[in-house]
Design a protein around this ligand. Sequence first.
Ligand SMILES: [Zn+2]
Length: 365
Amino acid sequence: MTELNPNVTALLLARGFAELHDRVNADGGVVRQDAGMPPRLRRGLALLSGLCLAEGIEDLGASVHVAMDRACEPFSDWGIAAFRAPFSYADVALVDREPGIPTPDCRELALLGGSEMAAQEDIHHTALRATVQAFPGRQRDRVYTAIREFIVRHPAVAYADRERFVVEGGLVAAARAIASFYRPVPAGTLFDGAAKLCGHCGSLLWPDRDQVAYPDGRCRIRQCRLAYPHPACGADITSPAEWQLATAAAMAYWVGPGLDEIRIHDALRAAGRDSVLYPQSDAADVGVDGSEIGIDVKAYASPVVLAAKLTRSIGRFALFRRRILAVPDDKLRLNPRYLEQLRDVYRGEHRLEFMTASQAIRALT
Ligand SMILES: [Zn+2]
């Protein structure tokens, strides 16, 4: 009976939220419960209402705003029995609350739900690749790596430092594109007119409603908060008008996943390994000894969703002789069977080694 199928409901909601976000993004509009709502989202909400009615609980599908708020939590926390384990997507949250954009899990579920749609991640990557094309062939890989690494290492940056990077790196032809990955420091991050750097990732700390527990605010990068449950305050920025912050999409798709990429790369370099970030214009996140070893870091909440994505395609990761798929250490804290489930569900043609980021570092140093 389709009406009460939690899988179909989850897939439709994932596609619906992804389409809604793309539409709002393209039109610069706001989320409204009106005729402009994507039909799949409308259908997903109707199915959600059906599940709620069947379980005799509050109707979460009646309002897109209520459903979206719930979608920032894993399905298992929605208060719906059908969404708890053994439901395949129980650990998936569809929306990343702070930037308010679909999570990578949501994008992947949306793909499972039917025909391909342009992922926000791809739009971002396309912009960087197009920029890199303006450089002579031999320079392109170096330029790609330099720009992406700079953004990951400097999610918040002073204009003057960014200018210096552009000029000294010979990247003037990419200056506009680099600027497009940044925005002015949002007023909402300020504490009495000053901003604070996150001591862990170099992004900004945002004031938190709970000022007692978080007097210096909290980092909004999901991976940073998972890896470091206790906030750390870095330098104070007393002239935030002279600074910029990476865009929400750059944060979600580059900076957040980049924390582990940089950690692995830096550890391998420190151990004397020949490690490169984003080799061959992003065939992998980290490359060791040319195309000998490739490491890709994936931070999906759900091993089932990640395995499905990898089974569909690993793209140019296949170029490496040995392929290590690393997941953030905290995945195992939340789900001790994460790697096991990943191995069980992966059905791709290419051999992959699944490990945590720390295990990958140990294996290669
Ligand atoms: Zn942080």
